[in-house]
Design a protein around this ligand. Structure first.
Ligand SMILES: C[S@@+](CC[C@H](N)C(=O)[O-])C[C@H]1O[C@@H](n2cnc3c(N)ncnc32)[C@H](O)[C@@H]1O
Length: 295
């Protein structure tokens, strides 16, 4: 339910914020709810930096051009600097909190200065706002400051995790087993002890290269849903070096990379093979690799 902030004290019409999941790269992954929400917004706020920002801002503008009929307003702001040198768990968490707080300072200013009372502002969030995204925490932080009143609502999006599974035509879980979703740095600190499969995000250090020799199967994807998409699948021991090489090349070419992968534990389950047969396609070949459409 939309959360409409009370404005009894100021007598101003309420400001409203839409947090819209826009999918993780494929413009067709925008939902109808997202398009309807975009059409309600008076202004779109975009935070970013560097080459990654250029590409993602272009994609956001392409999406807006395609779905909005009238003129629209975009306000861009630079993402604050973030300390990425802290590997120790406590210091890492505190570096992220500090960065979020400075992002909240910027968003607070945007809401106060760029959104008039009664207007509706929107953040187009990459993938799904509920998954490794700071927008909702930032809005909570701003509301806690009491400097500006606003209501907000969340429109879910197709996450990079859903897109990864769809592009590889696999389920994330095996029958009756759990799934773990983790940043690469946490996986590097310890491998789950149960038989669950593992989705790894935010992995700048190629953690998978340290996990060979465990009989894992990997489904890897970079720039999923974009024209630069690369997909590789296979036994980790056989494809780890190849993924590492492709990853380095792609990162060099684009100046940035976003990749996600699923690590499947143990030999491929009978359930997975049965699922593939039921879907009318054979299991993957001996080398297990699947080339992306443009990769
Ligand atoms: C800050 S998180 C944002 C996740 C996003 N909210 C979602 O729902 O996918 C960024 C991470 O998402 C993953 N990611 C996002 N978009 C991706 C894409 N198009 N292809 C591969 N991985 C992607 C990568 O693991 C990246 O490091």
């Amino acid at each position: 339910m939309a959360d409409m902030a009370g404005t009894a004290e100021t007598g101003e019409a309420p400001r409203h914020i839409l947090v819209i999941g826009m999918g993780a790269g494929d413009p067709d992954h925008l939902t109808l709810a997202a398009v309807k929400a975009m059409r309600r917004a008076d202004v779109f706020f975009v935070l970013g930096k560097g080459k990654e920002k250029e590409s993602l801002t272009r994609l956001r503008r392409d999406i807006l051009d395609e779905h909005l009929t009238g003129p629209y307003r975009v306000v861009e702001a630079d993402d604050p600097w973030r300390d990425r040198t802290q590997d120790d768990a406590t210091r890492y968490t505190s570096a992220v909190h500090d960065w979020r707080h400075r992002r909240a300072d910027i968003c607070e200013r945007l809401i106060i200065e760029e959104l008039a009372p009664g207007q509706c502002g929107a953040f187009l969030v990459w993938g799904d706002p509920a998954l490794y995204d700071s927008t909702l925490a930032i809005l909570d932080d701003i509301r806690g400051r009491g400097t500006v009143e606003f209501g907000h609502e969340v429109i879910p999006g197709i996450s990079s995790v859903s897109a990864l599974a769809a592009r590889h035509r696999v389920t994330l879980n095996q029958v009756g087993r759990p799934i773990h979703i983790t940043p690469g740095r946490r996986l590097a600190q310890g491998f789950p002890e149960d038989d669950g499969d593992i989705v790894v995000m935010l992995d700048g250090h190629e953690t998978f290269t340290h996990l060979t020799g465990r009989g894992l199967w990997i489904h890897w994807g970079a720039y999923i849903g974009t024209p630069d998409e690369i997909l590789v699948a296979g036994p980790l021991d056989e494809v780890a070096d190849e993924i590492s090489r492709m990853r380095a090349e792609a990162r060099e070419r684009h100046g940035w990379i976003m990749d996600t992968y699923l690590l499947r534990q143990g030999p491929r389950g009978e359930e997975a093979a049965a699922g593939e047969e039921a879907a009318g396609r054979p299991a993957e070949g001996a080398d297990g690799s699947v080339g992306g459409p443009l990769g």
